[in-house]
Write a protein that binds this ligand. Sequence first.
Ligand SMILES: [Mg+2]
Length: 145
Amino acid sequence: MTIYFDMDGTIANLYGVDDWLPRLRSYDPTPYVVAEPLLRLSSLARLLNKLQKKGYRLGIISWGSMNAPNFYDEAVAAAKLFWLNRHLPSVAWDEIHITAYGIPKEETAEEPDGILFDDNKGIRDAWMGTAYDVDNILEILKGLI
Ligand SMILES: [Mg+2]
């Protein structure tokens, strides 16, 4: 079983970055770099490492920016990988997918009937497995151990 995480609005507070939208519209990748964590990532990492030892796989499925040209999708993907390495360095992800905006996540996932945490209701509704909103991520993960 794979546990997938969205990034923006789920583990990374992109929407709390000053002027995030105009900066994205001008193809600035730094809001993705400086976004603050939305939960205690040391706790998240500890739980994820325990779950992986129990046999769960771990994945990221995150979109780039809306209406982005290829060069900006690439810059955003690099920024998101930087964020993951900086904030969750001890997590060995089994899958990381940083795709263009709007690509159905159930088509991106290697295991589309896995578990997904995502703040976007439309994505959760389209997901084929179990999808959770962002409340109580740590408590839900504890329940899987
Ligand atoms: Mg999101």
